[in-house]
Write a protein that binds this ligand. Structure first.
Ligand code: ADP
Ligand code: ASP
Ligand code: MG
Length: 411
Protein backbone atom coordinates (compact mmCIF):
# COMPACT_ATOMS: atom_id res chain seq x y z
CA UNK A 1 0.00 0.00 0.00
CA UNK A 2 1.35 3.39 -0.98
CA UNK A 3 0.44 6.94 -0.05
CA UNK A 4 -0.06 8.78 -3.32
CA UNK A 5 -0.78 12.44 -4.04
CA UNK A 6 -2.38 13.14 -7.41
CA UNK A 7 -3.23 16.43 -9.08
CA UNK A 8 -5.68 16.93 -11.93
CA UNK A 9 -5.48 20.16 -13.96
CA UNK A 10 -8.20 22.36 -15.44
CA UNK A 11 -8.73 20.51 -18.72
CA UNK A 12 -8.66 17.16 -16.93
CA UNK A 13 -11.70 18.22 -14.86
CA UNK A 14 -13.12 20.53 -17.56
CA UNK A 15 -16.51 18.80 -17.97
CA UNK A 16 -18.65 16.59 -15.75
CA UNK A 17 -17.80 13.69 -18.04
CA UNK A 18 -14.10 14.34 -17.47
CA UNK A 19 -14.73 14.50 -13.71
CA UNK A 20 -16.34 11.04 -13.88
CA UNK A 21 -13.26 9.76 -15.75
CA UNK A 22 -11.01 11.20 -13.04
CA UNK A 23 -13.17 9.46 -10.40
CA UNK A 24 -12.70 6.16 -12.27
CA UNK A 25 -8.94 6.64 -12.30
CA UNK A 26 -8.92 7.36 -8.56
CA UNK A 27 -11.05 4.24 -7.95
CA UNK A 28 -8.48 2.17 -9.83
CA UNK A 29 -5.86 3.20 -7.25
CA UNK A 30 -8.05 2.76 -4.15
CA UNK A 31 -9.01 -0.74 -5.33
CA UNK A 32 -5.29 -1.58 -5.30
CA UNK A 33 -5.26 -0.57 -1.63
CA UNK A 34 -3.49 2.80 -1.99
CA UNK A 35 -4.28 5.86 0.12
CA UNK A 36 -4.93 8.96 -1.97
CA UNK A 37 -4.91 12.71 -1.57
CA UNK A 38 -6.08 14.44 -4.73
CA UNK A 39 -5.55 18.13 -5.47
CA UNK A 40 -7.66 19.65 -8.23
CA UNK A 41 -7.72 22.83 -10.28
CA UNK A 42 -10.70 24.92 -11.25
CA UNK A 43 -12.37 23.69 -14.46
CA UNK A 44 -10.58 25.11 -17.52
CA UNK A 45 -11.60 28.69 -18.25
CA UNK A 46 -13.12 29.26 -14.80
CA UNK A 47 -10.22 31.22 -13.29
CA UNK A 48 -9.91 33.34 -16.46
CA UNK A 49 -13.65 34.10 -16.30
CA UNK A 50 -13.44 35.10 -12.65
CA UNK A 51 -10.57 37.48 -13.45
CA UNK A 52 -12.66 38.97 -16.26
CA UNK A 53 -15.62 39.43 -13.92
CA UNK A 54 -13.43 41.22 -11.40
CA UNK A 55 -12.23 43.57 -14.14
CA UNK A 56 -15.82 44.45 -15.01
CA UNK A 57 -16.44 45.91 -11.56
CA UNK A 58 -13.00 47.26 -10.65
CA UNK A 59 -9.87 47.73 -12.79
CA UNK A 60 -7.64 47.54 -9.71
CA UNK A 61 -9.22 45.10 -7.26
CA UNK A 62 -7.47 44.38 -3.96
CA UNK A 63 -5.48 41.18 -3.61
CA UNK A 64 -7.67 40.07 -0.73
CA UNK A 65 -10.88 40.26 -2.76
CA UNK A 66 -9.21 38.68 -5.81
CA UNK A 67 -8.24 35.70 -3.66
CA UNK A 68 -11.73 35.48 -2.20
CA UNK A 69 -13.06 35.33 -5.77
CA UNK A 70 -10.46 33.10 -7.43
CA UNK A 71 -10.53 30.47 -4.70
CA UNK A 72 -14.16 29.69 -5.58
CA UNK A 73 -13.18 28.00 -8.87
CA UNK A 74 -11.40 25.09 -7.18
CA UNK A 75 -14.20 24.76 -4.63
CA UNK A 76 -16.63 23.78 -7.40
CA UNK A 77 -14.34 21.02 -8.63
CA UNK A 78 -13.65 19.43 -5.23
CA UNK A 79 -17.36 19.08 -4.44
CA UNK A 80 -18.22 17.65 -7.90
CA UNK A 81 -15.35 15.15 -7.75
CA UNK A 82 -16.26 14.01 -4.22
CA UNK A 83 -19.87 13.51 -5.40
CA UNK A 84 -18.70 11.55 -8.46
CA UNK A 85 -16.59 9.29 -6.20
CA UNK A 86 -19.49 8.79 -3.81
CA UNK A 87 -21.64 7.72 -6.76
CA UNK A 88 -19.22 4.91 -7.65
CA UNK A 89 -18.83 3.81 -4.03
CA UNK A 90 -15.46 5.35 -3.19
CA UNK A 91 -15.54 7.10 0.20
CA UNK A 92 -14.22 10.64 -0.27
CA UNK A 93 -14.32 14.05 1.33
CA UNK A 94 -13.71 17.45 -0.24
CA UNK A 95 -11.66 20.02 1.69
CA UNK A 96 -10.76 23.61 0.88
CA UNK A 97 -7.15 24.71 1.38
CA UNK A 98 -7.99 26.31 4.75
CA UNK A 99 -9.88 23.19 5.92
CA UNK A 100 -6.89 21.10 4.92
CA UNK A 101 -4.65 23.30 7.11
CA UNK A 102 -2.56 24.84 4.31
CA UNK A 103 -0.99 27.87 5.98
CA UNK A 104 0.53 30.52 3.69
CA UNK A 105 2.15 33.93 4.01
CA UNK A 106 -0.09 36.90 3.32
CA UNK A 107 1.16 37.82 -0.18
CA UNK A 108 -2.27 37.84 -1.79
CA UNK A 109 -2.44 36.34 -5.33
CA UNK A 110 1.09 34.93 -5.00
CA UNK A 111 1.22 33.46 -1.51
CA UNK A 112 3.78 30.87 -0.47
CA UNK A 113 2.96 27.81 1.60
CA UNK A 114 4.47 27.97 5.11
CA UNK A 115 3.22 24.71 6.58
CA UNK A 116 0.56 22.04 6.30
CA UNK A 117 -1.24 20.74 9.37
CA UNK A 118 -1.52 16.94 9.33
CA UNK A 119 -4.33 16.44 11.83
CA UNK A 120 -7.23 16.60 9.36
CA UNK A 121 -5.31 14.61 6.74
CA UNK A 122 -4.58 11.80 9.21
CA UNK A 123 -8.17 11.74 10.46
CA UNK A 124 -9.69 11.40 6.99
CA UNK A 125 -7.13 8.90 5.70
CA UNK A 126 -7.59 6.76 8.84
CA UNK A 127 -11.33 6.84 8.18
CA UNK A 128 -10.57 5.27 4.80
CA UNK A 129 -11.46 8.33 2.75
CA UNK A 130 -9.88 9.81 -0.36
CA UNK A 131 -9.16 13.46 0.38
CA UNK A 132 -10.06 15.83 -2.43
CA UNK A 133 -8.36 19.16 -1.77
CA UNK A 134 -8.78 22.47 -3.56
CA UNK A 135 -5.50 23.36 -5.25
CA UNK A 136 -4.02 26.86 -5.50
CA UNK A 137 -5.36 28.13 -2.15
CA UNK A 138 -4.56 28.39 1.53
CA UNK A 139 -5.10 30.57 4.56
CA UNK A 140 -2.81 33.17 6.10
CA UNK A 141 -1.99 33.63 9.78
CA UNK A 142 -4.44 36.56 9.68
CA UNK A 143 -7.15 34.06 8.74
CA UNK A 144 -7.48 35.39 5.18
CA UNK A 145 -7.94 33.20 2.11
CA UNK A 146 -4.92 33.35 -0.20
CA UNK A 147 -4.01 31.95 -3.62
CA UNK A 148 -0.61 30.77 -4.82
CA UNK A 149 -0.40 32.37 -8.29
CA UNK A 150 -1.60 31.10 -11.67
CA UNK A 151 -0.94 27.40 -12.14
CA UNK A 152 -0.42 27.01 -8.38
CA UNK A 153 -2.38 23.77 -7.94
CA UNK A 154 0.75 21.84 -8.92
CA UNK A 155 2.47 23.42 -5.93
CA UNK A 156 -0.38 22.45 -3.62
CA UNK A 157 0.02 18.81 -4.67
CA UNK A 158 3.81 18.70 -4.40
CA UNK A 159 3.82 20.58 -1.07
CA UNK A 160 1.35 18.08 0.39
CA UNK A 161 3.42 15.17 -0.96
CA UNK A 162 6.59 16.68 0.57
CA UNK A 163 4.94 17.41 3.88
CA UNK A 164 3.41 13.95 4.42
CA UNK A 165 6.35 12.17 2.74
CA UNK A 166 4.12 10.56 0.12
CA UNK A 167 5.49 7.66 -1.89
CA UNK A 168 4.62 9.36 -5.18
CA UNK A 169 3.20 12.61 -6.55
CA UNK A 170 1.48 12.34 -9.94
CA UNK A 171 0.56 15.44 -11.93
CA UNK A 172 -2.20 14.51 -14.42
CA UNK A 173 -2.58 16.97 -17.28
CA UNK A 174 -3.59 17.30 -20.94
CA UNK A 175 -0.21 16.12 -22.31
CA UNK A 176 1.34 12.72 -21.61
CA UNK A 177 4.58 14.08 -20.20
CA UNK A 178 7.24 16.72 -20.50
CA UNK A 179 8.39 17.33 -24.07
CA UNK A 180 11.47 18.99 -25.58
CA UNK A 181 9.21 22.00 -26.34
CA UNK A 182 5.55 22.92 -26.01
CA UNK A 183 3.69 20.46 -28.30
CA UNK A 184 1.32 23.32 -29.13
CA UNK A 185 4.20 25.22 -30.75
CA UNK A 186 6.54 22.57 -32.18
CA UNK A 187 5.21 19.89 -34.57
CA UNK A 188 7.62 17.08 -33.70
CA UNK A 189 8.76 17.42 -30.08
CA UNK A 190 10.24 14.39 -28.28
CA UNK A 191 8.78 13.10 -25.04
CA UNK A 192 11.31 12.89 -22.22
CA UNK A 193 11.09 9.73 -20.11
CA UNK A 194 13.09 11.41 -17.35
CA UNK A 195 14.22 14.94 -16.63
CA UNK A 196 16.27 16.23 -13.70
CA UNK A 197 14.77 18.55 -11.10
CA UNK A 198 17.28 21.22 -12.14
CA UNK A 199 16.37 21.10 -15.81
CA UNK A 200 12.65 20.96 -15.05
CA UNK A 201 12.98 23.90 -12.70
CA UNK A 202 14.65 25.96 -15.41
CA UNK A 203 12.15 24.93 -18.10
CA UNK A 204 9.19 25.69 -15.81
CA UNK A 205 10.63 29.02 -14.67
CA UNK A 206 11.40 29.98 -18.26
CA UNK A 207 7.85 29.48 -19.51
CA UNK A 208 7.08 25.76 -19.98
CA UNK A 209 3.81 25.87 -18.11
CA UNK A 210 3.43 22.09 -17.80
CA UNK A 211 4.58 22.43 -14.16
CA UNK A 212 4.36 25.44 -11.83
CA UNK A 213 8.00 26.45 -11.11
CA UNK A 214 7.49 26.47 -7.36
CA UNK A 215 6.17 22.90 -7.44
CA UNK A 216 9.48 21.79 -8.95
CA UNK A 217 11.39 23.84 -6.39
CA UNK A 218 9.56 22.07 -3.54
CA UNK A 219 10.01 18.66 -5.20
CA UNK A 220 13.75 19.26 -5.56
CA UNK A 221 14.27 20.45 -1.99
CA UNK A 222 12.33 17.55 -0.49
CA UNK A 223 13.24 14.92 -3.09
CA UNK A 224 9.58 14.22 -3.94
CA UNK A 225 9.15 11.37 -6.45
CA UNK A 226 7.30 13.31 -9.15
CA UNK A 227 5.74 12.32 -12.45
CA UNK A 228 3.81 14.17 -15.15
CA UNK A 229 1.24 12.09 -17.02
CA UNK A 230 -1.92 12.21 -19.09
CA UNK A 231 -5.39 12.23 -17.57
CA UNK A 232 -6.76 11.24 -20.99
CA UNK A 233 -4.51 8.23 -21.54
CA UNK A 234 -3.95 7.07 -17.98
CA UNK A 235 -2.29 3.84 -19.05
CA UNK A 236 0.65 5.73 -20.60
CA UNK A 237 3.80 6.25 -18.56
CA UNK A 238 4.62 9.90 -18.22
CA UNK A 239 7.83 11.74 -17.46
CA UNK A 240 9.66 11.16 -14.19
CA UNK A 241 11.34 14.16 -12.63
CA UNK A 242 14.43 12.81 -10.86
CA UNK A 243 17.65 13.71 -9.18
CA UNK A 244 20.84 13.59 -11.26
CA UNK A 245 21.88 10.25 -9.89
CA UNK A 246 20.85 7.30 -11.98
CA UNK A 247 20.72 9.23 -15.22
CA UNK A 248 23.31 7.77 -17.55
CA UNK A 249 24.12 10.88 -19.44
CA UNK A 250 23.00 14.45 -19.54
CA UNK A 251 21.70 15.80 -22.80
CA UNK A 252 23.44 18.95 -23.99
CA UNK A 253 20.08 20.58 -24.68
CA UNK A 254 16.96 19.01 -23.18
CA UNK A 255 14.36 21.57 -24.12
CA UNK A 256 13.35 24.96 -25.46
CA UNK A 257 10.95 27.27 -23.61
CA UNK A 258 9.42 30.64 -24.34
CA UNK A 259 7.81 33.16 -22.03
CA UNK A 260 5.68 36.00 -23.34
CA UNK A 261 4.76 37.07 -19.83
CA UNK A 262 7.84 39.19 -19.50
CA UNK A 263 8.74 42.88 -19.70
CA UNK A 264 12.00 44.78 -19.52
CA UNK A 265 13.03 47.86 -17.60
CA UNK A 266 16.13 50.00 -18.20
CA UNK A 267 17.57 52.52 -15.75
CA UNK A 268 20.08 54.92 -17.32
CA UNK A 269 22.95 56.84 -15.77
CA UNK A 270 22.97 55.02 -12.43
CA UNK A 271 25.73 56.53 -10.21
CA UNK A 272 28.58 54.03 -9.93
CA UNK A 273 28.78 53.87 -6.15
CA UNK A 274 28.51 50.87 -3.82
CA UNK A 275 25.03 50.08 -2.53
CA UNK A 276 22.92 51.58 -5.33
CA UNK A 277 22.08 48.31 -7.08
CA UNK A 278 21.53 46.69 -3.69
CA UNK A 279 18.99 49.34 -2.77
CA UNK A 280 17.09 49.20 -6.07
CA UNK A 281 16.69 45.43 -5.96
CA UNK A 282 16.02 45.36 -2.23
CA UNK A 283 13.09 47.74 -2.74
CA UNK A 284 11.78 45.66 -5.64
CA UNK A 285 12.06 42.55 -3.47
CA UNK A 286 10.16 44.22 -0.65
CA UNK A 287 7.45 45.12 -3.19
CA UNK A 288 7.28 41.40 -4.07
CA UNK A 289 8.46 41.90 -7.67
CA UNK A 290 10.34 38.92 -9.08
CA UNK A 291 13.36 40.26 -10.94
CA UNK A 292 15.18 38.23 -13.57
CA UNK A 293 18.01 38.70 -16.11
CA UNK A 294 19.82 41.65 -14.51
CA UNK A 295 22.43 43.23 -16.79
CA UNK A 296 24.71 46.11 -15.83
CA UNK A 297 26.69 47.95 -18.50
CA UNK A 298 30.34 48.94 -18.14
CA UNK A 299 30.94 52.18 -16.29
CA UNK A 300 31.05 55.32 -18.47
CA UNK A 301 33.34 58.22 -17.62
CA UNK A 302 34.15 56.37 -14.38
CA UNK A 303 30.86 57.69 -13.03
CA UNK A 304 27.67 56.04 -14.28
CA UNK A 305 26.35 52.84 -15.79
CA UNK A 306 23.01 51.47 -17.02
CA UNK A 307 21.07 48.64 -15.42
CA UNK A 308 18.41 46.63 -17.25
CA UNK A 309 16.38 43.68 -16.07
CA UNK A 310 13.18 41.76 -16.75
CA UNK A 311 10.07 41.32 -14.59
CA UNK A 312 6.80 39.44 -15.11
CA UNK A 313 4.52 41.54 -17.35
CA UNK A 314 1.86 42.00 -14.68
CA UNK A 315 4.45 43.43 -12.26
CA UNK A 316 5.76 45.99 -14.77
CA UNK A 317 3.89 49.11 -13.68
CA UNK A 318 4.29 48.31 -10.02
CA UNK A 319 8.05 47.86 -10.56
CA UNK A 320 8.32 51.15 -12.49
CA UNK A 321 6.46 52.95 -9.66
CA UNK A 322 8.94 51.56 -7.13
CA UNK A 323 11.91 52.71 -9.25
CA UNK A 324 10.41 56.15 -9.92
CA UNK A 325 10.03 56.59 -6.17
CA UNK A 326 13.82 56.09 -5.79
CA UNK A 327 14.89 58.43 -8.58
CA UNK A 328 15.36 61.61 -6.58
CA UNK A 329 17.14 59.92 -3.68
CA UNK A 330 19.56 58.00 -5.92
CA UNK A 331 20.04 60.48 -8.69
CA UNK A 332 19.82 58.10 -11.66
CA UNK A 333 18.60 59.23 -15.08
CA UNK A 334 15.81 58.12 -17.38
CA UNK A 335 13.76 54.95 -16.70
CA UNK A 336 12.40 53.15 -19.78
CA UNK A 337 10.27 50.04 -20.09
CA UNK A 338 8.84 47.77 -22.79
CA UNK A 339 6.34 44.95 -22.63
CA UNK A 340 6.50 43.87 -26.30
CA UNK A 341 9.26 41.38 -25.53
CA UNK A 342 9.56 37.65 -24.81
CA UNK A 343 12.17 35.41 -23.29
CA UNK A 344 13.40 32.42 -25.25
CA UNK A 345 15.59 29.82 -23.56
CA UNK A 346 17.43 26.57 -24.11
CA UNK A 347 17.98 24.27 -21.12
CA UNK A 348 20.23 21.24 -20.66
CA UNK A 349 22.35 19.75 -17.91
CA UNK A 350 25.10 18.78 -20.38
CA UNK A 351 25.57 22.35 -21.60
CA UNK A 352 28.17 23.12 -19.00
CA UNK A 353 30.67 20.73 -20.61
CA UNK A 354 29.81 21.56 -24.23
CA UNK A 355 31.38 24.72 -25.60
CA UNK A 356 29.66 26.53 -28.44
CA UNK A 357 26.06 25.96 -27.35
CA UNK A 358 25.33 29.64 -26.76
CA UNK A 359 27.00 30.58 -30.05
CA UNK A 360 24.81 28.07 -31.88
CA UNK A 361 21.72 29.59 -30.28
CA UNK A 362 22.70 33.12 -31.32
CA UNK A 363 23.54 32.02 -34.87
CA UNK A 364 20.21 30.20 -35.18
CA UNK A 365 18.27 33.27 -34.07
CA UNK A 366 20.25 35.54 -36.35
CA UNK A 367 19.65 33.23 -39.33
CA UNK A 368 15.94 33.75 -38.66
CA UNK A 369 16.46 37.53 -38.65
CA UNK A 370 15.65 37.71 -34.93
CA UNK A 371 17.45 40.40 -32.95
CA UNK A 372 18.68 39.61 -29.42
CA UNK A 373 18.06 42.40 -26.90
CA UNK A 374 19.38 40.79 -23.70
CA UNK A 375 21.27 37.60 -22.86
CA UNK A 376 21.73 35.68 -19.64
CA UNK A 377 23.37 32.35 -19.01
CA UNK A 378 23.79 29.82 -16.23
CA UNK A 379 25.43 26.40 -16.15
CA UNK A 380 22.34 24.76 -17.59
CA UNK A 381 20.54 27.45 -19.59
CA UNK A 382 20.90 30.30 -22.06
CA UNK A 383 18.10 32.87 -22.26
CA UNK A 384 17.62 35.69 -24.74
CA UNK A 385 15.10 38.51 -24.73
CA UNK A 386 13.68 39.10 -28.21
CA UNK A 387 10.83 41.20 -29.62
CA UNK A 388 7.39 39.64 -29.31
CA UNK A 389 5.61 40.43 -32.55
CA UNK A 390 3.95 38.37 -35.28
CA UNK A 391 5.15 34.78 -35.09
CA UNK A 392 8.65 35.80 -33.96
CA UNK A 393 8.55 33.81 -30.72
CA UNK A 394 7.16 30.58 -32.16
CA UNK A 395 9.61 30.86 -35.07
CA UNK A 396 12.47 31.14 -32.56
CA UNK A 397 11.26 28.08 -30.61
CA UNK A 398 10.89 25.93 -33.75
CA UNK A 399 14.24 26.94 -35.26
CA UNK A 400 16.12 26.24 -32.00
CA UNK A 401 14.31 22.89 -31.63
CA UNK A 402 15.51 22.01 -35.15
CA UNK A 403 19.04 23.37 -34.70
CA UNK A 404 19.66 21.21 -31.63
CA UNK A 405 17.98 18.12 -33.23
CA UNK A 406 15.55 17.82 -30.34
CA UNK A 407 13.07 15.88 -32.49
CA UNK A 408 15.59 13.01 -32.46
CA UNK A 409 15.96 12.61 -28.68
CA UNK A 410 15.39 9.01 -27.64
CA UNK A 411 14.78 7.96 -31.29
P1 ADP B 1 -3.08 21.90 -16.33
O1 ADP B 1 -4.36 22.64 -16.56
O2 ADP B 1 -3.25 20.41 -16.32
O3 ADP B 1 -2.32 22.40 -15.14
P2 ADP B 1 -1.36 23.40 -18.09
O4 ADP B 1 -2.08 24.04 -19.25
O5 ADP B 1 -1.00 24.27 -16.95
O6 ADP B 1 -2.19 22.15 -17.63
O7 ADP B 1 -0.01 22.71 -18.60
C1 ADP B 1 -0.06 21.78 -19.66
C2 ADP B 1 0.36 22.48 -20.97
O8 ADP B 1 1.72 22.87 -20.87
C3 ADP B 1 0.30 21.62 -22.19
O9 ADP B 1 -0.98 21.60 -22.78
C4 ADP B 1 1.35 22.26 -23.10
O10 ADP B 1 0.76 23.07 -24.11
C5 ADP B 1 2.14 23.17 -22.18
N1 ADP B 1 3.60 22.98 -22.28
C6 ADP B 1 4.50 23.98 -22.40
N2 ADP B 1 5.73 23.50 -22.51
C7 ADP B 1 5.64 22.15 -22.44
C8 ADP B 1 6.59 21.08 -22.48
N3 ADP B 1 7.91 21.31 -22.60
N4 ADP B 1 6.13 19.81 -22.37
C9 ADP B 1 4.82 19.55 -22.22
N5 ADP B 1 3.87 20.52 -22.18
C10 ADP B 1 4.26 21.80 -22.29
N1 ASP C 1 -7.04 27.62 -11.27
C1 ASP C 1 -5.75 28.24 -11.17
C2 ASP C 1 -5.32 28.77 -12.53
O1 ASP C 1 -6.04 28.64 -13.50
C3 ASP C 1 -4.73 27.33 -10.56
C4 ASP C 1 -4.37 26.10 -11.36
O2 ASP C 1 -5.11 25.72 -12.28
O3 ASP C 1 -3.35 25.49 -11.08
O4 ASP C 1 -4.27 29.34 -12.62
MG1 MG D 1 -0.99 24.01 -14.86
Amino acid sequence: MALIVQKYGGTSVGTTERIRKVADNIAKFTKQGHQLIVAVSAQSGTTDNLIKLAGEVNDNPSGREMDMLLSTGEQITIALLAMALDKIGVPAISLTGPQMGILTDNAHTKARILSIDHSRIKKELNAGKVIIVAGFQGISEENEITTLGRGGSDTTAVAIAASIKADLCEIYTDVDGVYTADPRIVKNPSKLNVITYDEMLELASLGAKVLHPRSVEVAKIHNVPLSVRSSFETEKEGTFVVNKEGLEKNLVVTGVASDKNTAKIGIFDVPDTPGIAAKIFERLGQANVNVDMIIQSATRNKKVNDISFTVPKNDLYHAVDVIDSLQEEMGFGEVVCADDVAKISIVGAGMVSSPGVAAKMFTTLSNEGINIEMISTSEIKVSCVIKNYGDNVNKAVCSLHDAFDLDKIGK
